[in-house]
Design a protein around this ligand. Structure first.
Ligand SMILES: [Zn+2]
Length: 139
């Protein structure tokens, strides 16, 4: 599957803003109204592959749009990024880094859906913390 975020003609139909290193586009499909994506123009599959300037521009753009959305479009706004190389690219999963900028309202559809995950939250044991710290600190 060709990368839809590298198809600049298709991108222009969804364009919110084009910057030197970053596009802001409407997410299609969307979850919440006003769901946007900030994406680097260069095809990059993992955040760790971004250059310093690309990374700075990408995050600054997402934060700027988050600020614009809060109060103008919605009461709140989430920014998220997923790195799931174990899922194949599809309409719902694009292998080109993108930050979701998601307007949020109290008790919105995402909140309602997330209530089903409440049982997944649990305390971390000291042994689990030690195991994670060992892995994070391994060279
Ligand atoms: Zn791409």
């Amino acid at each position: 599957m060709l990368c839809p975020f590298c198809d600049t003609e298709a991108m222009r139909l969804r364009l919110v803003e084009e910057r030197a290193r970053v596009f802001v586009i409407f997410s299609e499909p969307r979850i919440m109204l006003g769901h946007l994506l900030a994406i680097p123009k260069r095809h990059v599959e993992h955040l760790s592959e971004l250059g310093a300037e690309e990374s700075a521009d990408l995050f600054a753009t997402a934060v700027e749009y988050q600020s614009k959305i809060v109060g103008r479009i919605a009461a709140g706004c989430d920014i998220s990024q997923h790195d799931r190389p174990f899922i194949r690219q599809s309409q719902y999963k694009i292998d080109h880094v993108h930050l979701h900028i998601q307007p949020r309202e109290p008790f919105d559809d995402l909140y309602q859906a997330s209530r089903g995950y409440a049982d997944l939250f649990r305390e971390t044991t000291s042994a689990e913390r030690a195991m994670i710290l060992d892995r994070l600190r391994a060279s």
